[in-house]
Write a protein that binds this ligand. Structure first.
Ligand code: SAM
Length: 226
């Protein structure tokens, strides 16, 4: 999602208490930001925040962090949160490539990826948020029992993602190529902005849920306390 550059969006984000400035300083201490020990779920590439904000309203016992690369897009999510504040939500403007500088080992319990950019050229495959390179980053920050949930209407990206789950050494917990007609997986589904747009065109929505096999394996030189 690219919006026209909105003048003042960077400044509005820098001045907002809902947006975490210098998020790398919170690494390992995100629970202090929220003032509780609730699990932390993140959405990467949240766009204007419709999905994350609805999820946060329905689950006050979970802390949610929305990550978005572009200020002009994040500003739209920020405006929604300012109109209808939720104590369990924070935003970060950042590129997901920096995830491991911002979250410590095992600090995140769930990662949502919704309608991620497809990066159709082969040479850009590692930029896709479901590439094996990104699964390696997710493994580093996920807590035991943590998982990734990914939705898209892009069939090529979905097939690529299914392959990458295996290539990354992860377990495919569940998947469907038609979420809205899957009696089990559609349960409690919250639509994103892109999901509303593309399903209205008749596109089936694909979803996968994946988790690392070796989440409890002790990493070299670390205590097995995750
Ligand atoms: N998730 C929303 C939805 O489903 O309606 C928005 C989908 S939009 C196609 C993808 C969003 O991900 C865009 O807002 C884009 O700026 C953001 N994005 C893409 N790559 C990113 C990255 N590496 N780090 C953070 N955000 C990213």
């Amino acid at each position: 999602m690219r919006l026209r550059n909105i003048p003042g969006s960077r400044e509005a984000i820098a001045a907002s208490g809902w947006c975490i400035q210098e998020p790398e300083k919170a690494r390992g201490g995100w629970n202090h930001i929220f003032g509780n020990e609730h699990p932390i779920h993140i959405e990467i590439g949240m766009g204007k925040g419709q999905f994350l904000i609805q999820l946060a309203k329905e689950n006050p016992q979970i802390n949610y962090i929305g990550i978005e690369k572009y200020s002009s897009v994040l500003l739209r999510a920020l405006q929604k949160l300012e109109e209808d504040p939720l104590e369990n939500v924070r935003f970060i403007r950042m590129d997901a490539e920096e995830l491991c500088q911002v979250f410590g080992r095992g600090e995140v319990s769930r990662i949502y990826l919704n309608f991620s950019d497809p990066w159709p050229k082969d040479r850009h495959a590692k930029r896709r948020l479901t590439s094996r390179q990104f699964f390696t980053r997710y493994h580093e920050i996920l807590a035991a029992g943590g998982r990734v949930e990914f939705k898209t209407d892009n069939t090529a990206l979905f097939e690529f993602s299914l392959e990458e789950v295996t290539a990354a050494g992860w377990r495919l917990d569940d998947f469907t190529r038609d979420l809205h007609h899957d009696p089990v997986m559609r349960e409690g589904n919250i639509m994103t902005e892109y999901e509303e747009r593309f399903s209205a065109l008749g596109n089936p929505i694909h979803k996968l849920v994946a988790s690392p096999y070796s989440i409890s394996v002790t990493l070299a030189g670390e205590s097995p306390s995750r």
